[in-house]
Each structure stands twice: as C-alpha cells, then as structure tokens.
Design a protein around this ligand. Sequence first.
Ligand SMILES: O=C(O)CNC(=O)[C@H](CS)NC(=O)CCC(=O)C(=O)O
Length: 320
Amino acid sequence: MHVFGVRINSQISPISLGRKRKSMTDLAAVAGESSPIMASNTVRVAAAQMTSINDLAANFATCSRLVKEAASAGAKLLCFPESFSFVGAKDGESVKIAEPLDGPIMQRYCSLARESSIWLSLGGFQERGSDDEHLCNTHVIVDDTGKIRSSYRKIHLFDVDVPGGRVYKESSFTEAGKDVVAVDSPIGRLGLTVCYDLRFPELYQLLRFQHEAQVLLVPSAFTKVTGEAHWEILLRARAIETQCYVIAAAQAGNHNDKRESYGDTLIIDPWGTIVGRLPGRLSTGIAIADIDLSLIDSVRKKMPIAEQRKPWDFWKASSL
Ligand SMILES: O=C(O)CNC(=O)[C@H](CS)NC(=O)CCC(=O)C(=O)O
C-alpha cells in the first residue's frame, strides 16, 4: 500500500492477529476515532533513507523535506541514518565539521523537529570530541518541541578489513562511548545504538533486560559488501531475541567516488516480521509502520524469555 508516496507494509505477525482484531472492535466503539487502520494502541513511526554527501546544506535540505513527509503521514517519530548531516569524501573532513550538541548544526535540526512537531532520532551525528583530532559518533533524540532528550555515543567502532572491500579504522578519528542509553518517548522506551553496534548482542540484551527498552534504534551506514551478507539477518535476530521493535534507518547509494552504502531501511516487529522497508535501490525516502505496544506485551507474555534467561552470574559460575 502506498500513502503519500510512502510504503506501508501490511504484513502482520501471526501472534498479533487475535489481538489486532480485538483492538479494531474496541476502536469502533471509540467516538471521534477516524482511522479504522490504526488500532487503539498503535503509534506511527517513520525511518528515512538517504545518500548524504560532504555538503551540510544539501543534506539539511533533504532531511527537511523528509521531516515534512513523515509529519504529514502522521508519524510521531522520524529516524535518520548514521551520518545524516554529513558524509566526508576525504580523510579528516568529518572531524573538521564536528560541533558540540548546542552548536548551530544540531540546533537547526532541533528547529526542524519543533516546526513539524515530530520527534527525531538523529543517529551518528559528528559531535566534537575532547581534542581536535577526534569526534564522537553520537545518536541524539530530539522531542517535538525541539529539546534534546538524550544522547548516546557509539560504543563499538568500525575497525574492520572488509573482505573484498576497504579497510576501515573509525577509531583513528572517533572516541568510543561508554554508556548504555535508553529514553522514554511517545512510541515507547527507546534503546539507542549506532551501526556497527548491531554486531554486539550484549548491548541489546542490556537495553532490553536492564534498561527496559521496547524499541531499538540502529541508524546505520552499512557497507555494500557487509550489508548484503549480514544486514537483515542481524536486525531480525536482534528484534526476535529482545522481543523489541527494531528501527534501522540506512544510508544508501554512492556518497562519493570511494564510498557506497547498502541501504534497505527496515522496521521490524518484536516477532521478527518486517513491517516497513525501503530497498537500497530507492536511495531517498521514508518507510512507515505502526508500532503496536500491545504486540510487545503479547509476544513477551507468550514467550517469557525474561524469566527463563540465565543471569550473568549463572554463566560466570558455570565457566569457572
Ligand atoms: O565514517 C562515517 O562517515 C560514519 N561512520 C560510519 O560509516 C561507520 C564507521 S566507518 N560505519 C559502520 O559502522 C559500518 C558498519 C558495517 O558496515 C558493518 O558492521 O558491516
């Protein structure tokens, strides 16, 4: 189904069917509710896909257009990919444009949120680091009044020799974060991560089981090679094993001569079903899905892994 040039995926997890039907009946009794599509407990979210370049103004113009599209589609939160505001073409470019969170670049994005009354997930912002040679790869949550609610600094840095691709050394210009961050929002409790973090499931386990996250955000700029091999599988695994929604906004296409991202922005429900998608060949746009918080509850109730899992102490004792 397409609405406002936007893709709405109609797949529903089998576990949600009974519940959905009930909410629709409930909904019919609620006077003033206009949309029969939206069950009473759902909130609409959007995830953006784009091809950011080394031009702050051009990327801001794209983001601004996508914010308006998401707001008019009724989304309460729009998630942008890693490096939404800037992708450098040469070494050192990203560090040069890095700014603190109260600097002019982030403040313009805060104004966008306020003007369209929408929450934004601004993943992978180049935040100025503690010296001139380093930045922090920071995921910022801004509310619908333009206020920064929370920020998370990417913990796992992409120092990898991609088979058949380039060698990456993100730690040469990036300071790693140390703190696990979750924050409440109108679409539930958000767990904040960035890109390469996706390969380290302990972080997601902590977000679900210690920080009570309901929706995990994974703004990314995956390489073409690793994206083809691992992207969807890792994201669906994180959704299934944490019983959380996963929203993964992705960079897509050619940023410059040297750099290409995989794309395939995905929204996945806590049963592992893909409920929103923007394939990599569609370089710029938004995917939309309705988050059903009652689905999280029903999946967790029927398959109670929170009670069945072994605490860290169990594993420590059994490996002595
Ligand atoms: O450098 C920038 O401009 C922004 N940062 C990134 O693009 C980062 C670090 S180079 N990329 C990833 O983490 C890709 C992970 C990935 O592709 C995988 O895990 O397979």
